[in-house]
Design a protein around this ligand. Structure first.
Ligand code: BYC
Ligand code: FE
Ligand code: FE
Length: 492
């Protein structure tokens, strides 16, 4: 039903149901918020708290800059991306759901084929709340992680993309907070407050999922995060867009349209880093990483180490390979597989799934589990394939330039903290090794302190129109048909 593509124009269930967005209200929305005074007041109470959070933990120091941003003015093809200069605190964060399809039926699990729910059945309240809170928690977390990157942006074009991603993650928080307020009563309102109280990396109140507590201090990490971690967002949102709880499904399907740009930023960002490195290698006539660094570019082995770090961290976000939680989400119709309609069997009670798990003796063995318990790994598998497409594209650039170096995704067993391979040392190909062997090699596989220090040494803001930092190639084109040297951010 939802084509899996990072394309510009999103797919919707049915355009004819798309509603235009009410911008007269204090909170822009297409859910007729004005007709529910209690809900409206509750959200208007949360709004200033959100704005305080944005001022404190959102993009540092650029709150008065005019940023060339897109804003959704309707959820249809014409209006979902309207461009213009906006100061970030004036961005119209609001509540936008994809149109409702009155024919929509439950697409998987024990209640397959029944009508979808407009309200939450009592027995699923706690579970749905937890899923929505977990989803919601990641959105402001990423804004917190990225808040220092503005000053060291490699160009105005990149700075604008960073801020676009940030305001949209802010809106994704709104999307979940709306559901909490509208469907979960007092519990929901409390959860909405807590979403602004937990903070990325906070020792006492960290964000819920591991990756969202990792610092993002440099732009190579930012590009890896938007490529790999926002892509987890894509797959989790696709799973939730299948939910029998229709308002959740419609919220997530609209969020997916914005997500495509976030992954584009990562994909093209890494591509441009690689292209610049290849240029330098050509100029110097050597592949020697030290020489590449001397010339101020990022050597390809370092790109691979950052890739290893963010890919392995993002794999953990799918949960354990064997999960009774996942089985009951599926059985109860709360969370499906991405693109559920592509599967033949939507009940999945008679199928088995084969896993490779550590045998405890430095090897691995196979294990058969019921398909429903394997849903986290099924989704992770689709994710890995999607990740690999970018790697193939980057490698094509390297190959065309005449070099034999290849980037690759490490094994899904490598450096895991969640699931059967958690804490089991393996090399990047997934071969189990001893902890000593792992420790001896770690500097070749993951960014070392000196790699990080080198990358940080490159991070100087380039804020002149059309100029690029020396470690990254310019993009092929600008935003919204504007030239690359457009004034994407006007500083004051
Ligand atoms: N770190 O049965 P299991 C995005 C917990 S990204 C820490 O395997 P389950 C975005 C798990 O919560 C998309 N803890 O897990 C991207 C559970 O805890 P409890 C975010 C973890 O429940 C970029 C326990 O381990 N959306 O939008 O099947 C920028 C047992 O686990 C981790 C969602 O994740 C971890 N990595 O599935 C901005 C969707 N992994 O219950 C935004 C909502 C697992 O024992 N969440 N645990 O306390 C879910 O669907 C599921 O909760 C999970 C895990 C997929 C996360
Ligand atoms: Fe998001
Ligand atoms: Fe995103």
């Amino acid at each position: 039903m939802f084509a899996g593509r990072d394309a510009k124009a999103p797919l919707y269930r049915d355009w004819s149901f798309a509603m235009s967005i009410n911008y007269q209200d204090r909170i822009p929305n297409n859910v007729d918020l004005g007709s529910n005074r209690t809900l409206q007041r509750a959200l208007e109470h949360w709004q200033p708290e959100f704005l305080n959070w944005w001022q404190e933990l959102g993009p540092r120091d650029f709150q008065v800059a005019d940023v060339y941003l897109r804003t959704a003015t309707s959820v249809d093809a014409k209006g979902w991306a309207t461009y213009g200069y906006v100061r970030m605190p004036d961005y119209r964060w609001g509540i936008f759901l994809a149109g409702r399809d009155p024919e929509r039926r439950i697409g998987f699990g024990d209640s397959y084929g029944q009508e979808v729910w407009q309200q939450i059945p009592g027995e699923y309240r706690a579970t749905l709340r937890r899923l929505i809170v977990t989803q919601g928690d990641t959105e402001p977390a990423s804004v917190e992680q990225q808040r220092m990157l503005g000053h060291i942006a490699p160009s105005l074009y990149d700075m604008r993309n960073l801020f676009q991603v940030n305001v949209e993650e802010g809106r994704h928080l709104w999307a979940m907070v709306y559901l909490l307020h509208a469907y979960f009563g007092r519990d929901g309102r409390e959860e909405a407050e807590e979403l602004l109280e937990r903070h990325s990396g906070d020792a006492d109140k960290p964000r819920i999922l591991g990756t969202f507590n990792e610092p993002i201090r440099d732009w190579l990490s930012f590009f890896m995060f938007t490529y790999f971690t926002d892509r987890d967002g894509k797959f989790q949102l696709k799973s939730l867009a299948e939910s029998s709880f229709d308002p959740l499904a419609r919220t997530c399907s609209f969020m997916l349209t914005e997500e495509a740009h976030h992954m584009f930023v990562g994909d093209t960002g890494i591509n441009r880093v690689v292209r610049r490195t290849l240029e330098v290698m050509k100029e110097l006539g050597t592949e020697d990483p030290a020489a590449v660094r001397n010339a101020g570019a990022i050597d390809l082995p370092t790109v691979q180490k950052y890739l290893n770090f963010w890919f392995s961290s993002s794999l953990d976000l799918f949960g354990s390979e064997t999960s009774s939680n996942a089985a009951s989400y599926f059985a109860n119709g709360l969370k499906g597989r991405p693109d559920e309609s592509r599967y033949e069997d939507h009940i999945a009670t008679d199928q088995a799934y084969v896993l490779e798990v550590p045998d405890g003796n430095g090897g691995f063995k196979t294990e058969e589990i019921p398909m429903r318990n394997a849903m986290n790994d099924v989704t992770r598998g689709s994710y890995v394939k999607d990740c690999d497409m970018g790697v193939t594209r980057w490698n094509r650039v390297i190959e065309k330039a005449g070099y034999s170096f290849r980037l690759s995704l490490p094994s899904t067993r490598f450096r895991r903290n969640i699931g059967s391979w958690a804490g089991v040392p393996t090399d990047p190909t997934g071969k189990p090794i001893t902890q000593d062997e792992f420790n001896a090699q770690i500097g070749n596989w993951l960014p070392s302190d000196s790699d990080r220090a080198y990358i940080m040494s490159l991070m100087h803001g380039v804020h002149e129109q059309g100029k690029m930092a020396a470690w990254i190639a310019p993009p092929d084109r600008g935003i919204d048909n504007n030239p690359v040297d457009y004034e994407y951010v006007k500083m004051h």
